[in-house]
Design a protein around this ligand. Sequence first.
Ligand SMILES: Cc1cc2nc3c(=O)[nH]c(=O)nc-3n(C[C@H](O)[C@H](O)[C@H](O)COP(=O)(O)OP(=O)(O)OC[C@H]3O[C@@H](n4cnc5c(N)ncnc54)[C@H](O)[C@@H]3O)c2cc1C
Length: 302
Amino acid sequence: MGGKALKLELPGGWALSRERFDQALVDAAEAAGATVRFQTSAVLEEITPDGRMVRLRPPGDAPIERIKARVVLVAAGLQHQVMSPSHAASSRSTPESRLGAGCLINDDDVSYEPGAIHMAIGQRGYVGLVRREDGALNLAAAFDRAVVKSSGGVARAAEDVLNQAGFPLPRSLESSRWQLTPALTRRAGLFAGDRFLLLGDATGYVEPFTGEGMAWALAAGAAVAPFVEEAQGEWSADLERRWQRRLVDLTISRQRVCSVLSTLLRQPLTTNALFNLGCQWPAIPQRVIRSLNQVSPLMASS
Ligand SMILES: Cc1cc2nc3c(=O)[nH]c(=O)nc-3n(C[C@H](O)[C@H](O)[C@H](O)COP(=O)(O)OP(=O)(O)OC[C@H]3O[C@@H](n4cnc5c(N)ncnc54)[C@H](O)[C@@H]3O)c2cc1C
């Protein structure tokens, strides 16, 4: 940050590409007996006496299907269209929400060595860089909305952050192809409704600064199993309330650390003070990182 660097030890982990990770999830789902449909969009339809109708739209000219489910798990990410945007369970972004962006650079640059997460903090955003298992350099970032426009694009905005932080510029950054996400900071008004339960980013998200989104989504996925079993019988408003509470305990309360950090990072003086504090007493940020990485107890308590 501002040309200053702080090196912190991380608990063990892997930098895994989304392709490898998603394939492993698909394989596990199939092995457990799930039918996997690719490029098929789902929309919640009407409630019936013993289930919820779902419309499935496959790719191309294949016919639309309507299926009935005892319970629908809506794990459709930040800005899905499983229900209409005006539905209380659809998430809404906050006005000050940052935009997310990611890109992949295939290079032979040695500046960013594997086995480390490099985090560049700029005045109006941050960029994380990590080498994946296949050697490609993965960049993930969050920027103030106005900054992408005023810098003349995402690659430029990333370049500004890297320069401000005193990080070397990856060689092909200028020609890199970035993918933008919708506004990141958002929350759904409800986490459950008649025969459907929300989980993962569909319930809400903060920012990727602490890199916990996957852990939150997986923890909710593990915790939902008994609710799905219960939903094979009668549905009740009590089940909805209990899922709502479970999610708050499991993930929403943990998102507060990320939320506080995201707010502080927008204030240069506070960021600077925190950074200096971390340089002097690295045990403090190490402790925060260790607590953020405690995924196993989170899953075990489900
Ligand atoms: C820039 C950036 C960097 C990040 N970096 C990290 C990181 O390093 N580590 C980490 O743990 N987390 C990270 N995250 C967060 C992480 O990606 C998410 O929290 C996580 O993917 C949430 O999982 P999910 O299953 O809820 O949603 P998603 O992974 O978004 O999956 C939702 C799926 O539902 C599908 N879908 C959407 N609508 C429909 C529909 N109507 N019908 C059928 N399917 C639908 C989508 O196509 C998608 O496949 C990052 C996020 C951003 C924006």
